[in-house]
Each structure stands twice: as structure tokens, then as C-alpha cells.
Design a protein around this ligand. Structure first.
Ligand code: UDP
Length: 249
């Protein structure tokens, strides 16, 4: 099986800082994923925020992975804003929402899901909570994401044994996308997706921003207040805004 970029006619995109961002709304994204699983062709889905797009500007390997991805969804208010400046109204499609919605689909469609990443115990706890929230959700394996890159293939073999249709990898950007690019052929899951801090949120380890704060597009500020280590991410934002304004002049 080979890894393919989106070929479905419904995969509308628009560029932000040279990266083709999906304009599919959440339901369309889920339908797109259904089609890819039915076709059994391997594809990476990236949920991109402003930091991710800035990393791609200085990391050619990561930029190439984004070019080859089946779908790059707008995961943050910053990316949605950059699209809006081009007159395009896009819906945010975040990693944490996709994990939740695909776990619900797993219960309906029987998809086999694997959770890989986060600190020891967190992926298992997130899986437990998803099983309670979506009875029948078929999570076939969960393990932490703290292993050296020399062990990538060994971990991939372990994941492959569970025969997942969907592999969620929560190891932070760009490590998780580079890992998927390297091992998706071994695992054979048609859908593999980097989901950053999603297992921390779904396990209850970190709290998601209240809906009002999400609506005010200030989830980044909430995360920063809860975890000052996120300051590195926020430091990227002025550079992102400058780069977008310059590219769209
Ligand atoms: N993580 C991991 N392995 C590592 C480094 C990080 O599994 O070697 C996990 C970490 O525990 C956290 C996630 O990766 O659960 C990264 O979350 P973060 O919110 O920083 O990612 P982002 O969404 O910003 O890419």
C-alpha cells in the first residue's frame, strides 16, 4: 500500500504560508476519513496550528511531510484568521474534536483505533474515558509516547499487531508527524493523525478551555495560563501574523 495525498474531489484547500489547508467542515472531514478507510489507502492527517506552519517554514523535512499529507486541517484560530483574510470562511477542525468524533464513529462503523503518545498511563486513561463516553468504541491499543527514535520501528510493529484502522499519535509537533511518515507503512493503518496534547485533555489531565473562551478564539491564552511552558508556542504568533500579512499583501 502506498501513501497518497487527497484525491477526492471534495478535498477543497487554500494555501496559508505555502501549506494547503483543508476547507472541509467537521462532517465533511469525517466523510473524507470514511472514504479513505474504505479505500484502504494510507494517508497522514495533520491538524495544523500557527506554530506548526511556522515550524514548516524552517524545517524542510516537515514542510515536505505537510505537502504529502492527505489533509491538513485548520486546528487553531490563527489559521482560520489567515484563511478569513483571503475571504474564506473555514471551520476549525481540531485534533481533540477529531479524536472524539472518530471514537463515536468507531462505535457505529467498527473502526479499530489505537492511541499512541503522552506520558505513561495517559493514553490508557483517555481510552477508558472514550469507551465510557462512546459505548462500543473499539480502541484496540494504547501506549505512551516516551521512547527514543531508535525504537520507532519496534513500537510500530507493536501497533501493527493490533491492526488499527486509525492511529492517533500524541507526541507533539513535528515529532508525531515525522514518526507517522516513517512508520505508517509498517503499521498499515489507512488513517494516521498527529493529535498533540489531545490525550492530556481527553484523560482529564488538562482541562479544555470553557466554550465561551473557545468562542472568543482565546483557547491559546487559556492554555498559556494553565501551562506556562506553552509560552514558546505563543512566541511564534507575532511572527505568524507578520508572515501571513506579508504573504497576502
Ligand atoms: N509527548 C510524548 N513523547 C515525547 C514528547 C511529548 O508523548 O517524546 C507528549 C506529551 O506528553 C503531550 C504531547 O506529546 O501529551 C504534546 O502535547 P502538546 O500540547 O505540547 O503538543 P502540541 O499540540 O503543542 O503539538
Amino acid at each position: 500500500m502506498k501513501i497518497e495525498r487527497a484525491t477526492t474531489p471534495s478535498a477543497k484547500t487554500a494555501p496559508v504560508l505555502g501549506v494547503e489547508i483543508s476547507l472541509l467542515a467537521m462532517e465533511e472531514t469525517l466523510d473524507f476519513i470514511d472514504q479513505r478507510i474504505a479505500a484502504r489507502s494510507l494517508g497522514l492527517i495533520v491538524t495544523a496550528d500557527a506554530t506548526g506552519l511556522m515550524i514548516a517554514r524552517r524545517d524542510p523535512e516537515f514542510a515536505e511531510i505537510l505537502r504529502q499529507a492527505a489533509l491538513v486541517t485548520p486546528d487553531s484560530a490563527g489559521v482560520v484568521w489567515a484563511l478569513k483574510r483571503q475571504g474564506i470562511v473555514a471551520q476549525r477542525v481540531s485534533g481533540v474534536d477529531l479524536v472524539d468524533r472518530l471514537c463515536a464513529r468507531s462505535a457505529d462503523h467498527g473502526y479499530r483505533i489505537y492511541f499512541l503518545g503522552a506520558a505513561p498511563g495517559v493514553a490508557e486513561r483517555a481510552a477508558e474515558r472514550m469507551r465510557l463516553r462512546h459505548p462500543g468504541c473499539n480502541i484496540v491499543g494504547a501506549q505512551h509516547g516516551y521512547f527514543p527514535s531508535e525504537s520507532d520501528e519496534i513500537v510500530a510493529q507493536q501497533v501493527a499487531e493490533a491492526k488499527p484502522d486509525i492511529l492517533f499519535v500524541a507526541m507533539g509537533m513535528p515529532r508525531q508527524e515525522k514518526f507517522i511518515h516513517k512508520i505508517q507503512g509498517i503499521v498499515g493503518a489507512p488513517i494516521a493523525m498527529g493529535v498533540g496534547g489531545s490525550f492530556d485533555v481527553l484523560s482529564g489531565r488538562t482541562r479544555r478551555a470553557p466554550v465561551l473562551i473557545q468562542k472568543l478564539h482565546a483557547e491559546w491564552l487559556w492554555r498559556l495560563l494553565l501551562n506556562p511552558k506553552k509560552f514558546q508556542k505563543v512566541r511564534e504568533l507575532p511572527g505568524f501574523v507578520r508572515a501571513v500579512l506579508k504573504s497576502q499583501r
